[in-house]
Design a binder for this molecule. Sequence first.
Ligand code: SF4
Length: 381
Amino acid sequence: MHTSFSALDTFKTCPLKYKYQEVDKIRTPQSIQQAFGSLIHKTLKFIYSPTPKGFPTEENAISYFSQNWNGELFKDKKDEGYFELGIKMIKDYYAKWEKPEEVNIIDTEHRFNISIGEHTLGGAIDRIDKKGEKYEIIDYKTDRKIPPQETIDKNLQLSIYLKAFLNRWPTLLDGSEKIEKVKLTLHFLRHNIRISTTRNASDVKMIEKNLLDDINEIEKAREENKFEPSLSPLCDWCNYQKTCPLWVHKFKPVPKKEEDVQKIVKKFIELKNEKKELERKIKKLQGEIEEYFEETKLKQFFTKEGNVVKTQRKTYGWDAKEVGEMLTKWKKDPYLIFKVDGTKLRRFMTKLSPDKQREVMNMRKLERESYGLTTKSSPQL
Ligand code: SF4
């Protein structure tokens, strides 16, 4: 398997992102951060590239950065500050760090391929300096956050770079104790600081073992096709959000039909709420009118808009036993009735003779008496 530090790092961050990137090879547009980081790296390479007139000056570097700036990519309001940030990084760099003519650079963007068991791991080292008997491997970072020294002491990327350096120049360092003569440095351009570390011989022995463990884990995931998404703050910068099951709903377009139903449901809820509110208001007014009718003993009240009438409502019912006996008498069959359904009985009555209808009506019993208000609008002129 051929891999890279970036692929290993992606797998550790999120196995699913690794799958999209390395297995499915889904290409996505460069993010703003990637585009910015890439141009800053190119500018730093430019700074240390000699021309017939000598090394580029600060003005030359700013001009190189400006000419290669893709304004279209950064046109969003929130990305406006990147150009100024790049210029500041270049100025800060020239103000604090070694001028090209003062340093012995062995290589910039040094490409390598190293063997890890039966696998190969490729990458590029930003810069390798020789300082007397010592060497310094430098990696430029545009990160916002600076990790603590303990994290940098264990930084896998720097360990890989050291291994690549030792593979490329095996006789450069005489004896394993000299490994510590290679300074491993992360240069944080936003903060204009460098943090360095070293590795010893036993660290170097562990590098290959750790890398093999990482690669085996990836191979296992590939065999089983098992790549779980891992939600983290880094998702905010992930170019696969639109495909990722954890994020896909954020971008799910509302289908036309669903959009229509959403509008209908919204209106329905609005109307239901309005109805509830109207019923509440009507009930309150009704109570006030009934109170007035009670006080005045009026039965009807007139306004220009119409009149309100106090109506009496009587509710009747039938005795089940009596209705059963009546039907038994008429139909000559025994009827045992437990409950009388008034609606069905009225429907049944339409098939009876007027005498029998009257008989049924006479069996009614008043169950409840209530009062209500009915309204009548004035005729429109
Ligand atoms: S959005 Fe987050 S969880 Fe989804 S693939 Fe990207 S990094 Fe993984």
